[in-house]
Design a protein around this ligand. Sequence first.
Ligand SMILES: [Zn+2]
Length: 290
Amino acid sequence: MERLIGVDIGGTRTRVGAVRAGQVLARRVFPTRGLAEVKEAIAALLKEVGWEKPDAIGVGAPAPMDMRQGLILNAPNLPHWDGVNVVEGLRETFRCPVFLGNDANCAALGELVHGWKARNFLYVTWSTGIGGGIVAGGQVVWGATGQAGEIGHITLDPNGPLCRCGKRGCLEAIAGGAALGDRALERVGQRLSAKELVERARKGEPGALSLIDSACLAMGQALAIVAELLEPEMIIFGGGLTNSWDFLGPKVVTGLQTMSRVRPRVELTKLGDDVGLLGAAALPLHFPKL
Ligand SMILES: [Zn+2]
């Protein structure tokens, strides 16, 4: 399989790429909509790179799913994808094998195959939501149905803020970009993007700084739980909030080191914004036996 298409469906943006030997030959990035827009983007890419058809397509999505059937289930973040059978839909159009996986687990696969290539690590995507993927002994840990590694939904405070998953006090409800925006409204009196909140915290505004400090502490705590459990050699971060890593990173690492005896190396992804796309494109070659 040489001519691969990777599809990384994000809460905000979708990235589709034509990939050969770990190189993205061409890509399309557009606001997330539905299956029709993904098909259009794939068709345009095939034309651009001169492929009649792909050898296989891999798709990563931030949603509960039936990985075996290729079906996205009750996805609160992805209204156009609820109940969509991605595998059937794309297979009919492009007449090649199609595979679907959790987006953060795909990103971990991308990092394993094309990025840092460590044998034991946790990949964390920190953006609107918080996702995670585990690599242990050189293999992605998919779990019983493909949803393993959901660090964003580790409960840190049972009486904490309500999470979009329905539970209280998940890491995502404390430190996710969307949750930080909601909490800014309560604490700073204004709805701010996570980026704006970080900028205010940098200037030392007390309300903003306390929200960012508690988000970073919560992230460090969740990482410490995982570190004690798995003894990873690395923790690798990607996602939009890592654009402010110079400010957030040291706070997260301090939290982690305070709460864990295991001291994994903490780094940013080597693959930048393409990590999910490259991981999705690697899925056809590394699809688990569930
Ligand atoms: Zn949750």
